[in-house]
Each structure stands twice: as structure tokens, then as C-alpha cells.
Design a protein around this ligand. Structure first.
Ligand code: GTP
Ligand code: SPV
Ligand code: MN
Length: 603
């Protein structure tokens, strides 16, 4: 195996040798990506106590994994973007000097894999061999990462063949827990003291140390497909986005594709797999992706999108037969569950899975749990990892390297007030303004975040360069398109004065989606409001839902003073970019404020 690498890609052979000399693993294993290898590695993880094999009848070929309680989510304050010039990383990223960061990491990686196996995982984001794909090689000392990568990306020999002598992204990962001779391993090794997730934007390489969880460790996902790819996309004229992609098929069989950006843990997976409610016979949602979209203009000036991933790393709490029946079907087998609770009969459970909580469980930390325990049984950021092949709503075009044509972009945060259920931006520029100033209230997907924060384009932790340049890139993309997608903002999370959600959400979001699709066809009525175009009560299809006009009014109300305050609060973000901020954004902000002052009070 090693020979194949060396003969077909000398640079890879050399890099493997260098990392081996640095990290000093006991063994090196080049992943071929086969099913047999996956099964062997899962059995090794069971033997090591990292995986618990779930009840074969209830959850075939599935495993539960419990992470270290200190390693449960992405760590934004330990994520670094290294560029020679600090301004190229911009005010929204943690910047570090590349040479200094390399010097800081070197002693940490030295000997960091002692007593462990070093896995070499060639992977392709996008179909192997396609011009639109990016090939990476992740070297890791985590078998959990190796099996997760098998579900999330194309890996192994087909990727090595596609790579040939070509270039690849170097992705180095160590959990940072070397074992001395005679040491007993723990189920979830990680480094309590040192954690780093680093993008070296000078040479395009990635290094991650100390964490084994999610986006910190599966380096094809946030690190390569967003931070590295966003910079490459800017140079080459395309977009790497934190977006789901879905096709909406109408009863006549016409499919309209929509890409939507919601911040982490704000409903991308549920929306991407939406099952239309009663009353929507003939309508179908076809899933292309739930987290990442790579989007480029084609020769006709249409934006086409691919999902570079082959699987889902989805939030478990809240997932059930009502909120996401397609995901429930997907995870019925062949799934890795992390930080969920364990039932006495060897199945998994999490908050929201069933209405009634089970009387006794083992919680995500391995402790006995009852409903009286006063703490959640599953971690709020508990997740499942499953291949897209298991998902019943998958679009057959999801693997088409040509991608799908995007007719609309949708942006949405978790906002309990001010923002209505949906509105359409008046034009590309205003749409970009609303995307750039997207805000959201706290979720469990990332540690150390403030109660509410701006999350421009839901890319705050993922944009690999100066966010002001990113806004400019989006603005200029509009000039290159013949078919410019419409841009919408949605908010499933508005609450009444008592704190209850005003909108039922989940499957009912189909009603909003139908209006969006009709708007892209210049159908679907609405009226002009201060924020843009909004649907009136009768513009929404209410078949099968008893939702009264008064609640709709409360849901859609845009209060002039609240909106003015909102626009004024954008200053903090916009001013942080200084002269680098595209003028179009401050001009748009001022125009929106001026229009507010002139509008009649009810708008
Ligand atoms: P990442 O995987 O972290 O990027 O996030 P995601 O956007 O895919 O998150 P996901 O779809 O897993 O969001 C999960 C959370 O959103 C859960 O708390 C859900 O209950 C909530 N959620 C999703 N859709 C809706 C909705 O329509 N209404 C309400 N109220 N909550 C929703
Ligand atoms: C997110 O936080 O946006 C995720 C989960 O999709 S992770 O892959 O861990 O970043
Ligand atoms: Mn995400």
C-alpha cells in the first residue's frame, strides 16, 4: 500500500515519512476505504472501549461513542487563520503568524502519536476525479476520525487513483495524547491543556491538535471545505458556503433548487430533509446537502451547486419522527452516535426523541440517569454520523459533479423578535446586506459564544479570509450572473410575549418554501414592506393547517423602531472592517434607514 503512494505521488510518500518521523506513531495504516476496513476499525474501537455496539435488532450495525466531557463541540477561540498579513484574516478570525504558529505546534506534534496507530486517509470532497473536487489527505491518530471520514467523504484507493501525481491538501491531526509503554488508554483520548485548529492560508495546509470532536477533527468538513475552499473560491471565482442545498419538486414535476444558510444548530438538516405536510400532495423535497455548498457560475451565467460531503453529521437532540422523519429513517442503522444516552436495551435516546422520557438511561457521560436527575441525558451537541446513502429524501443528482442550478438563496438565524417569518430582498445588493448582517441567538454547536451574535452568511467561524473581502466577492458575483438568484430571509424562531414560538416550524416550513419557489417564478404575491417583499396571509398556502390571521400578523409584523435599532446595531460589525468594507453595504444600510423614516408607521 505504502508503495502505491510513493510511486504514484512522491510528495505524499515524502509527507507521510515526515509526519511519521515527527509524531513517532507505533504503526502507520494507509486507509483503503473498503467496507471491510470500516468493520475492522469499528471492532477495534469496540475492543478499546471507545464504541459500544448497539442492539443489533434495534439499531443494526451502529455504535455509541462517548467523548471526553471536555471535548464536545467546535472550539472557536482555539481556531486560527494564519496569513502573512493580519488584515488578510480580518477582524472576525483569530489570526496568528504562520511561522510563529508552526513553531508553537512543532513541539506539540513531536512524539504526539507514540503508542498509537497513525492513519493516512486520502479523501475527496466532491466526486473523485471531478474538476470541481478537492483532494485532501488527513493523517490522524484517531480511529474514530477514520471511520467517520468513511461516512462523510469519498476515501481510500479510488481517491489515491484520482489524485495520481496531483496536489492534495495536507491535513494533520493528532488527539495529542501519546501513550508511554504500559500506559492504559482512555476511551476518548484528547489533550486537556492544548487545543488548536489551524488553517495555514499561506500554503493551504491544515493542522489540528488536541480535540477529536466533529469539525475540530474531521478536517475535510469545516477546515478544508469551508476555510481552505472559501479562499480558493475567492481566487478562482466561486463560493464555498455553510449552506444546505435542496430541490423542491412541484406537482407538475418541476424542480427548483434552493441553497440556505442558517448558523450552526439552527435547522439546516431539518429543512434540507423536509417532508411536506398534509395538504401538499405532489410536492417533494429532494436533499442535496445539509451543511456545505460549493457554488460556481456556469457558462450560461447560472450558479450551480454541489455538496462536497457524502454524509451527515447531524444534531441529535430534537430529532424525531415529527421534526425529521427522513433523518429518523436514515439513522435506523449503519450510524455512529456520539454523546447520546444509552437505553437499557442497547439503543440510543436524546432529549426530544420521545415525548415521554425513559425511566432509566445511561447518560452521555456514562452515568446512571433518571428523569429526576435534573440534567440532560444526551449532550445538547450530541450528533449522529451517517452516510447520505441511507437518507430516503436524497436527490439522485446529489452526486452529479455538474451540480444543481440555484434559483434562490435563503438566510435565517434564531431570532426571537424583530424579524418576520419571511421576506424577499428587493435586489442582490440588499439581499447581501441582510445576509452580511445575519444575527442569531446562542446554540450548543460551539463553545464560548455570546448570548447573541452576528453571524454573517452563517460563515463567521468558517470564512478563511477577511470577511469584508468575502462580502465584496459576493457582491461582484452578482455582476457575473445572467440568472441572479432571489435572496430571502426567514425566521422560524420568532416568539410571542410569553416566550412561545409563533410559528410551528419543521414540516410547516413547506408553506414558506412554496411561496419562495413561486417568487422565483415571478408568481406568489406579496406586498412591499420596509424590509422588502412580504407575503400577505392569503399569499401562503394554508391547506391542512389551522393558522389564524392574527397570529400571522404578529409573526410578520416589522416594528419600525425595532428595525431602526436593528439597523443601527449593525454598525458594530460593519465598522469593524474599516476601509475594507465594500461601500455598497454602508450605502444600503443608509438607504434602508432613510426609507424607514419616510415609510408610513405600519410598515
Ligand atoms: P449544524 O449541523 O450545526 O451546522 O446545524 P444545522 O443547521 O444543520 O442544525 P439542525 O438542523 O440539526 O438544527 C437543530 C436545531 O434546530 C434543533 O434545536 C431543532 O429543534 C431546531 N429547529 C430546526 N428547525 C426548526 C423549526 O422549524 N422551528 C424551530 N422552532 N426549531 C427548529
Ligand atoms: C457546525 O457546527 O456548523 C457543524 C458541526 O456542522 S461541526 O462539524 O462539528 O462543525
Ligand atoms: Mn454546520
Amino acid at each position: 500500500m505504502q508503495d502505491l503512494t510513493v510511486t504514484t505521488n512522491p510528495a505524499l510518500g515524502q509527507w507521510i515519512d515526515e509526519v511519521q518521523a515527527l509524531c513517532e506513531p507505533d504503526q502507520v495504516h494507509l486507509c483503503d476505504g473498503s467496507d471491510a476496513e470500516y468493520e475492522r476499525l469499528c471492532s477495534t474501537l469496540v475492543a478499546a472501549g471507545t464504541f459500544i455496539r448497539l442492539n443489533e435488532e434495534k439499531r443494526p450495525n451502529s455504535f455509541l461513542c462517548r467523548s471526553d466531557p471536555g471535548d464536545v463541540a467546535r472550539l472557536e477561540h482555539r481556531t486560527f487563520v494564519c496569513t502573512a498579513d493580519r488584515d488578510d484574516a480580518g477582524p472576525t478570525n483569530n489570526w496568528a503568524d504562520p511561522a510563529e504558529m508552526r513553531a508553537e505546534l512543532q513541539p506539540l506534534f513531536k512524539g504526539s502519536m507514540r503508542g498509537r496507530t497513525m492513519y493516512v486517509i486520502p479523501f475527496s470532497m466532491g466526486e473523485p476525479g471531478s474538476d470541481l473536487s478537492m483532494i485532501g489527505v488527513q493523517i490522524t491518530d484517531s480511529a474514530y476520525v477514520a471511520v467517520s471520514m468513511k461516512l462523510m467523504a469519498h476515501i481510500g484507493l479510488p481517491v489515491l487513483r484520482a489524485l495520481g501525481a496531483g496536489e492534495f491538501v495536507r491535513c494533520l491531526h493528532s488527539v495529542g495524547a501519546p501513550l508511554a509503554a504500559g500506559d492504559r488508554d482512555v476511551p476518548w483520548p484528547c489533550n486537556a491543556e492544548h487545543k488548536y485548529i489551524v488553517s495555514f492560508q499561506d500554503d493551504g495546509s491544515i493542522a489540528s491538535f488536541g480535540s477529536g470532536y466533529g469539525g475540530n477533527a474531521l478536517l475535510g468538513k469545516k477546515c478544508l471545505a469551508l476555510r481552505t475552499a472559501s479562499l480558493k473560491g475567492r481566487k478562482e471565482g466561486w463560493l464555498a458556503e455553510h449552506m444546505l442545498i435542496m430541490g423542491v419538486e412541484d406537482p407538475a414535476g418541476k424542480t427548483t433548487y434552493v441553497a440556505a444558510a442558517f448558523p450552526s444548530a439552527c435547522g439546516k438538516t431539518n429543512f434540507a430533509m423536509l417532508l411536506p405536510p398534509e395538504g401538499f400532495a405532489g410536492w417533494k423535497v429532494k436533499t442535496v446537502g445539509d451543511d456545505i455548498a460549493w457554488i460556481r457560475p456556469d457558462a450560461e451565467g447560472t450558479l450551480r451547486a454541489i455538496n462536497p460531503e457524502t454524509g451527515f453529521f447531524g444534531v441529535a437532540p430534537g430529532t424525531n419522527d415529527k421534526t425529521n422523519p427522513n433523518m429518523m429513517a436514515a439513522i435506523a442503522r449503519d450510524t455512529i452516535f456520539t454523546n447520546c444516552a444509552l437505553t437499557p436495551d442497547g439503543d440510543v435516546w436524546w432529549e426530544g426523541l420521545t415525548e415521554v422520557r425513559p425511566p432509566a438511561l445511561v447518560d452521555w457521560r456514562g452515568l446512571d440517569w433518571t428523569p429526576q436527575a435534573g440534567r440532560p441525558a444526551a449532550h445538547p451537541n450530541a450528533r449522529f454520523t451517517v452516510s447520505r446513502a441511507r437518507c430516503p429524501s436524497m436527490d439522485p443528482l446529489a452526486a452529479d459533479p455538474a451540480g444543481v442550478p440555484i434559483s434562490a438563496f435563503v438566510f435565517g438565524g434564531r431570532l426571537s423578535h424583530t424579524f418576520p417569518l419571511v421576506f424577499e430582498a428587493r435586489d442582490w445588493r440588499e439581499g447581501i446586506y441582510w445576509a452580511a448582517t445575519l444575527g442569531s441567538e446562542a446554540t450548543a454547536a460551539a463553545e464560548n459564544q455570546a448570548a447573541t451574535r452576528r453571524d454573517p452568511f452563517s460563515m463567521l467561524p468558517f470564512c478563511g479570509y477577511n470577511m469584508a473581502d468575502y462580502f465584496a466577492h459576493w457582491l461582484s458575483m452578482g455582476d457575473r450572473l445572467a440568472n441572479t438568484p432571489a435572496i430571502f430571509r426567514v425566521n422560524w424562531f420568532r416568539r410571542d410575549d410569553g416566550g412561545a414560538f409563533l410559528w410551528p416550524g419543521f414540516r410547516q416550513n413547506m408553506r414558506v418554501l412554496k411561496w419562495i419557489v413561486q417568487r422565483t417564478e415571478n408568481r406568489g404575491g406579496g406586498q412591499v414592506a420596509s424590509v422588502g417583499l412580504v407575503p400577505r396571509y392569503h399569499d401562503i398556502d394554508w391547506r391542512g393547517l389551522d393558522y389564524n390571521g392574527q397570529t400571522f400578523e404578529a409573526l410578520m409584523k416589522v416594528d419600525r423602531d425595532e428595525l431602526r435599532q436593528e439597523l443601527q446595531s449593525h454598525d458594530v460589525l460593519l465598522e469593524s472592517f474599516g476601509h475594507r468594507l465594500p461601500a455598497a453595504l454602508s450605502v444600503t444600510r443608509q438607504a434602508l434607514l432613510d426609507a424607514l423614516d419616510q415609510a408610513p408607521p405600519q410598515n
